[in-house]
Design a protein around this ligand. Structure first.
Ligand SMILES: [Fe+2]
Length: 228
C-alpha cells in the first residue's frame, strides 16, 4: 500500500485553507480472477439496468449506465455466482487494514456499499464526491483491466493528482475528495468497482437505509488484526 497525500501547506492566515487527504494505492495481482470478475460484471449489466434508477450523483451518467443503480444492489452478494469475488473482498479488506495502519488512524467496525461502472467509448465521469458530511469516511475504486490512457483524477481545493487505471489497481481516498474520469477512448468497455465505507457505530454512525450495505470490517476482524 503506497500513500500519497493531497496536503496543504501550513496555513499562514486564520482564513487560509488547510487539508490533508491520504490517497492509498495497491494492486491485486490475481489477473485470471480479475478477468473472470470483469466478464461476470459485463454479463450482469442487463439485469442491473432493470433495477430502479437511484441517481447520477453528479457523475453526468444517465439511466443507461449501471452506475446510476448504485445502492440498489451489492456487488459482493454476487459471490454465489462468481466466487472469485470472495477472494477480491478478502484482499480489499486486507488493504484497508494496511492503509489505516500506514496512515496511523483508528480502526473502526465498517459497513460498505459496492457498485460498478461501465464506460464505453466517448463516455466520461464528471467531477463528483461521495461523502461530504461530518460522518464521512473512506471511498474506494478498483479497475478490472489495464485501461491505457485512462486515469482517475483526484482533486481537492484545486490540488490534483492522477492515477492510471491499471488492472487490479485499488485506490482508497477520503470520501470528500472530488474525482473524475476524462473521456474514455478505448474500444473495449472500461469496467471499475466503486465502494463507500461507513463507520458503524449505531445509532450515531451508519449507512443511509436506502443503500444496500453489508458488513466490511467486523469486531472479529478487528480483533484478529489489531490485538495480535
Ligand atoms: Fe466516484
Amino acid at each position: 500500500m503506497e500513500i500519497t497525500r493531497l496536503k496543504s501547506q501550513q496555513p499562514l492566515s486564520p482564513y487560509a485553507a488547510s487539508w490533508d487527504a491520504a490517497i492509498g494505492f495497491a494492486q491485486w495481482d490475481q489477473e485470471d480472477k480479475i478477468d473472470t470478475i470483469r466478464q461476470f460484471l459485463l454479463s450482469k449489466e442487463e439485469e442491473i439496468l432493470k433495477l430502479p434508477y437511484q441517481g447520477q450523483g453528479r457523475t453526468g451518467l444517465d439511466e443507461n449506465a449501471v452506475t446510476t443503480r448504485y445502492g440498489r444492489y451489492h456487488i459482493f452478494d454476487f459471490a454465489k455466482e462468481c466466487p472469485e469475488l470472495n477472494d477480491l473482498q478478502d484482499w480489499i479488506r486486507g488493504m484497508w487494514a494496511e492503509f489505516i495502519i500506514a496512515d496511523n488512524t483508528q480502526p473502526y467496525e465498517v459497513q460498505f456499499t459496492c457498485w460498478y461502472n461501465i464506460l464505453r467509448k466517448g463516455e466520461k465521469i464528471d467531477i463528483h464526491r461521495h461523502q461530504a458530511g461530518d460522518r464521512g469516511y473512506l471511498s474506494a475504486n478498483l479497475h478490472l483491466d489495464n485501461y491505457k490512457n485512462s486515469k482517475t483524477v483526484y482533486e481537492h481545493m484545486e490540488m490534483a493528482m492522477s492515477l492510471p487505471n491499471v488492472k487490479g489497481g485499488l485506490t482508497y481516498f477520503p470520501g470528500y475528495v472530488e474525482h473524475y474520469v476524462p473521456v474514455w477512448e478505448g474500444d473495449e468497455p472500461r469496467v471499475s468497482l466503486a465502494m463507500d465505507l461507513y463507520i458503524w457505530m449505531p445509532p450515531y454512525y451508519g449507512v443511509q437505509d436506502h443503500l444496500e450495505h453489508r458488513k466490511f470490517i467486523d469486531s472479529a476482524y478487528l480483533q484478529k488484526i489489531f490485538s495480535g
